[in-house]
Ligand binder design. Structure first.
Ligand code: FAD
Length: 524
């Protein structure tokens, strides 16, 4: 007999689970269908190396979720479902070839003192930025948390003009469209300070010279300074498990190993989905697809019938990829610059704006970067429960790498395919880390390397290992995500909606796309 639900949701990323949980609370019956054997998409924790060593497969930093509107509404229920965060008050740092380092944590005096070692003027500026952050944050978070509708964003603009004035509002607008280099060069005089903050742009696809990227270094540095960072207790999967429990407690169903191969339509309406084994599931009110727009044509049998929309989805731009390295360690890295670096959640190895710009350009050109940007995550420094007593895991994110390898910028690594080169490229990354933390290799108990294509094989939304499911450059952000006129997840097919990182407000664990869609569908 045909199973029937109010909504069939394709994919179990946290946006899908948030959407299902909210719809269940509003009386809908939902089913979430996941092709992989585990739920959670980019938010899962696995024993990838040795028993007892819990590695965050992809996302580690859950600050965006902790600060999200969904968490504000559901915090109590999520807590009852087992969601637990661990705060990190030493958030992020950078190490430099001259042996210096700079770290940002919630102790303002300590951050300022570390900045002052590079520039007194920059330490002064930092204090001023932190002081004025709440005033700016009110508007930036309202912008990022609201539907991309002219009347809603127009009201926000009018409020800013009325309360803060034209000069303040245009300065904020300028920050929103500035490149990281423009904002950082205008604001700070020290190259070390500039590079420490610019590294945050590289978590998305904002190399220093790309317009619209300044907001990420700005927000991450100010938010980490003001609120700190959080990671999941025992692993980022605390979030997935809690959301799963919330959906199921509300009567919803989550089914893994269930790849959706077709969206079923009846005339102009989406009415259900079909799985790889031919099973059909009916959806009375909505089909929600948490997929890369590029994969929509395959599920709709060639397209939605709106040629313009279909062309835009087929041409949806993905960013360069990521390689992940998961290490099980007997000891944390012995950072040469300072033993204090062991206390930081992230240590960036991204020494200058020019190095970041070069890395990005090499990856875009299909080259393995000679000196990739490296994010060394030290989750067990914050949450020792993720490894056996006294032992550690290291979460190493290698940004940016190409999906298809045209060559090696350093001219050393041959071979064209990731399965052949990933171990050799991991050695390059190890050399770069060891230059700052000698002896790391001898503390490795086991390691697991995940190429950009391995990321895509696990989750088809991460096309080419693109960890943000689509470039966030200005032409594909705000009202253009994923396409002008469709930023609220609507599609030309009635009752078919898109959600997930490809839809406004985009990537990260902030749950915005899933929650905004659920509220739109439920009408509250
Ligand atoms: C390596 C990496 C590191 C990251 N680090 C961070 C971080 O530290 N902090 C942060 O905030 N963000 C981070 N991000 C980004 C963030 O994790 C993602 O933007 C976010 O989790 C995406 O959630 P989502 O709901 O859009 O879907 P996803 O998590 O992408 O999940 C989509 C799901 O849909 C499934 N699916 C797709 N097609 C089908 C189909 N046809 N049938 C059935 N199932 C299907 C997939 O298998 C997948 O499980 C990182 C991402 C990656 C990849």
């Amino acid at each position: 007999m045909l199973e029937e639900f109010d909504a069939a949701i394709i994919g179990s990323g946290h946006n899908s689970l948030v959407c299902a949980a909210h719809l269940q609370q509003k009386g809908w019956r939902t089913i979430v269908l996941e092709q992989a054997s585990e739920p959670g998409g980019a938010v899962k924790t696995l024993e990838l190396t040795e028993p007892g060593f819990r590695h965050d497969w992809a996302a580690m930093n859950l600050s965006l979720f902790a600060g999200s509107a969904f968490n504000r509404e559901y915090a109590e229920k999520l807590g009852a479902c087992g969601l637990e965060f661990v705060p990190a008050d030493k958030c992020f740092a950078s190490v430099f070839p001259d042996g210096k380092w700079l770290g940002v944590g919630t102790d303002l005096a300590a951050t300022r003192e570390r900045i002052a070692a590079f520039s007194e003027a920059d330490a002064e500026t930092w204090g001023e930025l932190v002081e004025e952050f709440p005033g700016k944050a009110e508007y930036i978070f309202a912008l990022l948390g609201s539907p991309m509708k002219t009347h809603i964003q127009g009201r926000l603009l009018a409020k800013a003009l009325w309360k803060k004035g034209g000069a303040w509002t245009t300065a904020l607008a300028r920050l929103l469209i500035a490149s990281p280099r423009t904002w950082l060069s205008e604001t700070f005089e020290s190259d070390h300070v500039r590079a420490t903050l610019a590294a945050w742009g590289m978590h998305l696809d904002f190399a220093p010279d790309i317009a619209g990227g300044a907001i990420f270094p700005y927000l991450e540095s100010m938010a980490n300074q003001s609120f700190g960072m959080v990671i999941g207790k025992g692993g980022a999967d605390t979030l997935t498990r809690a959301l799963l429990a919330l959906v199921e407690e509300g009567g919803g169903t989550v089914r893994c190993g269930s790849a959706v191969t077709r969206i079923v339509t009846d005339g102009p309406r989406a009415t259900g989905v079909e799985l790889g084994d031919g099973t059909r599931i009916a959806a009375k009110r909505a089909v929600v697809a948490n997929i890369s727009p590029r994969n929509l044509a395959e599920l709709t049998g060639g397209g939605t019938g709106d040629a313009d929309f279909d062309r835009a989805m087929a041409g949806y731009a993905h960013a360069p990829g990521t390689m992940m390295m998961h290490l099980a360690l007997s000891e944390l890295p012995d950072w040469k610059a300072s033993p204090k670096l062991r206390e930081f959640a992230y240590v960036h190895i991204a020494p200058s704006l020019d190095q970041m710009a070069r890395t990005y350009q090499q990856a875009v050109a299909g080259l393995l970067p000679d000196e990739p940007v490296i994010v060394v995550g030290q989750p067990t420094a914050i949450d020792p429960s993720r490894a056996p007593e006294g032992k550690h895991v290291l979460w190493v994110q290698v940004r940016m790498v190409p999906a298809e390898i045209a060559g090696d910028a350093k001219g050393e690594i041959g071979g064209g395919d990731w399965d052949q080169v990933k171990e050799a490229y991991a050695e390059r990354v190890m050399d770069l880390i060891e230059a700052h933390a000698p002896g790391l290799r001898k503390n490795i108990i086991a390691r697991h390397i995940v190429s950009p294509l391995d990321l895509q094989a696990d989750n088809p939304n991460l096309v080419g290992g693109d960890q943000i499911c689509g470039s966030h450059h200005l032409t594909q952000h705000f009202l253009f995500r994923p396409r002008r006129g469709f930023a609220s997840g609507n599609t030309p097919v009635k009752d078919l909606h898109l959600t997930g990182a490809a839809v406004w407000p985009g990537a990260g664990t902030g749950a915005g796309p899933g929650y905004l869609l659920a509220r739109k569908l439920a009408g509250t």
